[in-house]
Ligand binder design. Sequence first.
Ligand code: MG
Length: 159
Amino acid sequence: MIRIGHGYDVHRFKEGRECILCGVRVPYERGPDGHSDADVPLHALMDALLGAAALGDIGQHFPDSDIRYKGISSLVLLKEVVRLLMENGYVLSNADITIVAQKPKIAPFIPDMRRSIADAIGIPVENINVKATTEEGLGFTGDGSGLASHAVVLITGIG
Ligand code: MG
């Protein structure tokens, strides 16, 4: 059985925070603020995976009130989500992730981002796409106060 999932996430930019996107450190004077490393595209991806399997959302599985998740790498959480899916009889077929930000420039980091996600999940890099867009200076991504990310996935039932 093939199932589809969608995820969406937004975080506010904060001065002095590291900018970690898809597990890759992007040099920038600000980074997404949050309880974990606030890796926005990975949060969108995890929500898409959980959504596809009808397993809720990341807030439910990794509450930001839980000290265990303070500053944690979202790659660790992603591995846990993939394990959960496996437990429920699903594997990821492919994922398509869009990062929405005016700044920083994402394009140079996309090959590393795809590799980082594929390695964490343990699937070929061809099955992971990452792309980026600006919103032409409009809204909260346009004025640089935050960044957003969308993800869609297909998962396949095993066994
Ligand atoms: Mg988030």
